[in-house]
Design a binder for this molecule. Structure first.
Ligand code: MN
Length: 259
C-alpha cells in the first residue's frame, strides 16, 4: 500500500482524524484595529451579484471585499518591511504549507496572566526537553485558549487603557523562533502573531520583524488547537495563491492520529 493510500485508509477508518483549525469567516469576524494615524483593514463584506433572479435565474454569487489579513489567515514574508525582498504568498512553496505541528500549550498560564502572558525561550526549551527538537519544516502553534473570545471583537482584541493585551512571544522567543530552528511558520489563536503589547517592544512587533524577515510564515486566529496533541499531528495551511499577496485568509486543517 502506498503511504497516501495508508493515510486515506486511516481517514476512512477513523485512525486519522481531521481537525478544522479555521475560524468561521463572516461579517462579524473580529478584525485588528490599529491606532491612529495608521490605516486599518476592512473586514469581510459581500455584495450580491445575483441570487436566483433576473440577474442570474439559476445561480447565486457574491463579490467579496476583504483585507488580506482578516480571520484565520497566513502572513507572507513580504507583509513586513524586513521581509519585503522575500516571498509573496503565491511564491511560498507548497512544501512549506504542510508540516509537523508542534503545539505549545500555555492555556493555564494565559488564564492566570490574561492577555499579559508572554511565551519565553525557556518555555520553548522546556517543550523541547519533553517532546524533542522541533523538526525542520514544523509549524509551531501557541495554544492559549484565546479562541474562546473569538466570537466577540472586544474580548478578542482586549484593548485596555495601555493598548491591546493578548498573549504572544516575547522578544527573545521571537528571535529564537525565527533563527534557532528551521520552522516553516508560527501560529496563534489571537488576531496577530505578535503579542498585543508588541508595539512597545524593541524591536516593535518582534515576531513580525524577525520571523517574516527570516522568510517564514505567520498564521493567526486559529481554532480548536485543544484537539491537537503536542506532537504527532500534521498541519495543512491553504492560503489563496494570490500573486503579490502579503497574506491571505486561509483554511487550515490538521491530521491527527486517532485513539
Ligand atoms: Mn496578518
Amino acid at each position: 500500500m502506498s503511504q497516501v493510500s495508508a493515510l486515506l485508509d486511516g481517514i476512512a477508518s477513523g485512525a486519522v482524524r481531521i481537525v478544522d483549525l479555521t475560524q468561521p469567516l463572516s461579517e462579524s469576524t473580529p478584525v485588528i484595529q490599529l491606532p491612529a494615524p495608521f490605516a486599518n483593514t476592512p473586514g469581510l463584506s459581500r455584495e450580491e451579484i445575483s441570487r436566483y433572479d433576473d440577474r442570474g435565474p439559476a445561480w447565486a454569487w457574491y463579490t467579496l471585499t476583504i483585507g488580506e489579513h482578516v480571520g484565520t489567515h497566513t502572513d507572507a514574508p513580504i507583509h513586513w518591511v524586513t521581509g519585503q525582498d522575500s516571498l509573496d504568498i503565491a511564491a511560498v512553496p507548497a512544501s512549506r504549507l504542510v508540516g509537523p505541528a508542534c503545539v505549545i500549550d500555555r492555556t493555564a498560564e494565559t488564564e492566570a496572566a490574561g492577555g499579559d502572558y508572554l511565551l519565553t525561550v525557556s518555555d520553548i526549551e522546556a517543550w523541547e526537553a519533553e517532546h524533542g527538537r522541533i523538526p525542520d519544516g514544523a509549524w509551531v502553534l501557541l495554544r492559549t485558549g484565546w479562541q474562546s473570545r473569538a466570537h466577540d471583537q472586544d474580548a478578542f482584541l482586549n484593548v485596555g487603557p495601555d493598548g491591546p493585551r493578548t498573549p504572544g512571544p516575547d522578544v527573545e522567543a521571537s528571535r529564537w523562533l525565527s533563527c534557532a530552528r528551521d520552522i516553516a511558520g508560527f501560529g496563534t489563536e489571537t488576531v496577530g502573531i505578535d503579542a498585543g503589547s508588541a508595539g512597545g517592544m524593541d524591536p516593535p512587533f518582534p515576531l513580525h520583524n524577525l520571523l517574516l524577515g527570516a522568510g517564514r510564515l505567520g498564521l493567526t486566529q486559529l481554532a480548536n488547537l485543544h484537539e491537537l496533541p503536542e506532537t504527532g499531528a500534521m498541519i495543512l495551511v491553504c492560503p489563496l495563491k494570490l500573486v503579490g499577496g502579503t497574506g491571505s485568509p486561509s483554511r487550515v486543517l490538521a491530521f491527527v492520529p486517532g485513539e
